[in-house]
Design a protein around this ligand. Sequence first.
Ligand SMILES: C[S@@+](CC[C@H](N)C(=O)[O-])C[C@H]1O[C@@H](n2cnc3c(N)ncnc32)[C@H](O)[C@@H]1O
Length: 220
Amino acid sequence: MYPREEVSRRVDAFHEAYYYAGLWRNTTWMGVPAWKCPLDLWVYQEIIHQTRPTLIIECGTAHGGTALYMAHLFDTMGDTAKTSRIVSVDIAERPNMPRHPRIEYLLGSSTDESVVARVRERVRADDRVMVILDSLHSRDHVFAELRAYWAMVSPGCYLIVEDSNINGHPVWTDYEPDAGPGPFEAVADFMNENDRFEIDASRERFMMTFNPSGYLRRKA
Ligand SMILES: C[S@@+](CC[C@H](N)C(=O)[O-])C[C@H]1O[C@@H](n2cnc3c(N)ncnc32)[C@H](O)[C@@H]1O
């Protein structure tokens, strides 16, 4: 309908308007805040249904809305044995976090060695593991998370780096912990040193994603 550059310009303008309105803070799953773009949550559903992880590691829980969403996806997918589960890590506990038999919350920094070790203990030999990095969004923290967690991801499964849209891709943030080089730059540096993953741009096909270049698939 429009030339590619014009589509890109319009999508970026919508992305900026959407982001600066702070709508992601007012997005809920079953009444629980899920700090995500709904288009990305739909992509999560497609990835989880297609790749069938049995363990999802989420760094950065916030209110637990995304953890609950993924637990409900597992319920809907007919895992009656409840073997598929979510381990979610955050430095802060919030009131009224959703309780669900599939969700385990761990308290601590996602890059703290003892926390990484506790997460690794949860991985069973026959698990198919997916990892989501959605905690502190500085380049250095995300890069450290990538180094700490990539080996836990199973071949064919995804390592999702959230909020690579900040620092001008296309939005910016002046919120101090997130200002400056962020997840996008961490992914670029990680891809330069690790050849086990490919960026799956097909996961960006809904045009607007908070995770540009952030859907990494571990090669088979
Ligand atoms: C963007 S929010 C997570 C949103 C959540 N994944 C969701 O989808 O609703 C980022 C979270 O990371 C947490 N956080 C910040 N630094 C962290 C760290 N070093 N380790 C783990 N979590 C951290 C914050 O407390 C905050 O709850």
